[in-house]
Design a protein around this ligand. Structure first.
Ligand code: SF4
Length: 483
């Protein structure tokens, strides 16, 4: 279903000639866009540049890789410089300040566009799924050339072509979709590791969260398609895959054949060349004993679990509609640790949820101490229009929320330092991700438990697995020595 339709009238003849099968059809539009980009190139005497800026989560990062893949195939040179001929903001709307950042940066892009009127600006991602955002952009940011949503990202080649051959703002945002289109080109950030979408959307409706409204209902990809993608990645030199979904533990719901998440993992494990498997995000409500058992016995599934708790107070968890209590969460953590004593656990926590008191925050603090997280991402609650929590009354002032947040943050940092300290002196296997950003004589590697280690080495090590001794604990990372 679409709630904002693009005016296809000027393109009727082009569209009529395009193949009907969706991936073939989009391939056809990549060729059409490439012809326009070639013309631009000849006219300007240089290759046009494109810059994709990603806000938000791993799902958006993966979508951006798809956008980059299509842009590369269309003939653009990719850059990180927003002076580019085409800039795409792949937006996030989980917190209101993410939206404000985009509006602020659009102002800068407009100034650049005034210097270079042929510059094109596109917006996509979760933020543009909100009706009021589209209205605001139409009214106050009319220099934007293309807006498309999360459900039709696969149509980007077609929309790119339309944008390049039009001088009107093109808006194509769908309220929902049931389709999943495979096989579009992807430009991976790393040659040796890749995200793989296994599902889209979410059915959980946590009361603070806008994701089910902007990403739609849960849809799992066909396992055969996922395995085919993983096999292709392995053949292309990828050794680490990250299986992505808003709630990976409920993977398979609605698919024929009774496949579930552990079943999918077992199949991915069998692929030669895949040496590490990660996944994101798990939900405490759905994480099964079958998964715990599989992880504990697996050589390939990494020893890291991101398990958002959001609050340590059962009363607040209920108001959030999280579907578990403090006690059941702690009991789950107990089972995970009993099965995998070396498992690194990280989490997300919201402070200042409507109705939350300092006593609730104290309960969260005591839960953080009890679990001993390796890291926790803490956020101050930000109301999102259209979610049930946005209409719930607050019980704390901004100052009290800030005070509770700072108290929690201190405990999170102290707990993380203690957790990370226990790895000192160990020899671990690291996947080298590349040269260190600050010291060109050092490389950065990632351990199975997601901890980063920096050690002496050259760029030629990127993508290889090496043994590293963890020497100096720097709080959230180590300085090590390659053996
Ligand atoms: S599980 Fe809850 S927080 Fe996570 S995406 Fe779904 S609704 Fe949002």
């Amino acid at each position: 279903m679409k709630w904002k339709d693009v005016d296809y009238t000027p393109y009727t003849s082009t569209i009529a000639l395009a193949p009907e099968e969706e991936s073939l059809r989009q391939e056809d539009f990549i060729q059409k866009a490439a012809a326009v980009v070639r013309e631009m190139s000849e006219k300007a005497g240089r290759v046009p540049t494109a810059c994709v800026v990603t806000f938000g989560c791993q799902m958006n990062a993966r979508d951006s890789e798809k956008l980059c893949g299509i842009l590369s195939r269309a003939g653009y040179m990719l850059t990180e410089d927003e002076e580019a001929d085409l800039v795409i903001y792949n937006t996030c709307t989980v917190r209101d300040n993410a939206n404000q950042r985009v509006y602020g940066r659009l102002g800068h892009l407009n100034a650049m566009k005034k210097q270079n009127p042929s510059k094109k600006i596109a917006l996509c991602g979760c933020m543009v799924q909100e009706v009021q955002v589209i209205d605001k952009i139409k009214k106050s940011y009319s220099f934007v050339d293309l807006i498309f949503g999360t459900h039709n990202i696969y149509k980007f080649p077609e929309l790119l072509y339309m944008m390049l051959t039009s001088d009107k703002m093109i808006i194509d945002v769908w309220k929902d979709t049931s389709s999943i289109v495979e096989d579009l080109p992807v430009e991976r950030k790393y040659p040796f590791k890749s995200g793989v979408n296994i599902m889209f959307g979410c059915d959980k409706f946590c009361t603070y969260c806008i994701v089910p409204y902007v990403r739609g209902r849960e849809r799992s990809r066909d396992p055969k398609e996922i395995l085919r993608e993983c096999e292709k990645l392995a053949a292309d030199g990828v050794s680490e895959v990250m299986l992505l979904g808003q709630n990976v533990d409920s993977y398979g719901k609605g698919l024929e054949g009774g496949v579930n998440f552990p079943g999918l993992l077992r199949e991915v494990e069998k692929i030669d060349g895949i040496r590490r498997i990660r996944f994101m995000t798990s939900h405490p409500r759905d994480l099964s004993d079958e998964l715990i058992e599989l992880m504990a016995g697996s050589e390939k599934i990494c020893r890291h679990l991101h398990l958002p708790v959001q609050s340590g107070s059962s009363r607040i968890l209920k108001a959030m509609n999280r579907g578990y209590t403090r006690e059941s969460y702690l009991e789950l953590i107990g089972r995970l640790k009993a099965a995998m004593p070396d498992l690194a656990i990280t989490t997300d926590i919201i402070v200042g949820f409507p109705g939350e008191t300092m006593e609730d925050i104290d309960e969260t603090i005591s839960l953080v101490k009890e679990v001993g997280y390796d890291n926790a991402f803490t956020f101050i609650y930000s109301p999102r229009t259209g979610t049930p929590a946005a209409d719930m009354p607050r019980s704390m002032s901004d100052e009290e929320i800030k005070e509770g947040f700072d108290k929690l943050l201190k405990v999170v940092q102290d707990t993380a330092k203690l957790s990370v300290a226990k790895y000192a002196g160990r020899v671990e296997e690291a996947l080298v991700e590349g040269l260190n950003d600050h010291d060109p004589e050092m490389v950065t590697g990632r351990l199975s438990n997601n901890l980063l280690v920096h050690f002496k080495g050259g760029a030629d090590l990127a993508g290889s697995y090496v043994k590293v001794k963890l020497l100096e604990n720097k709080g959230f990372y180590y300085i090590g020595e390659m053996l």
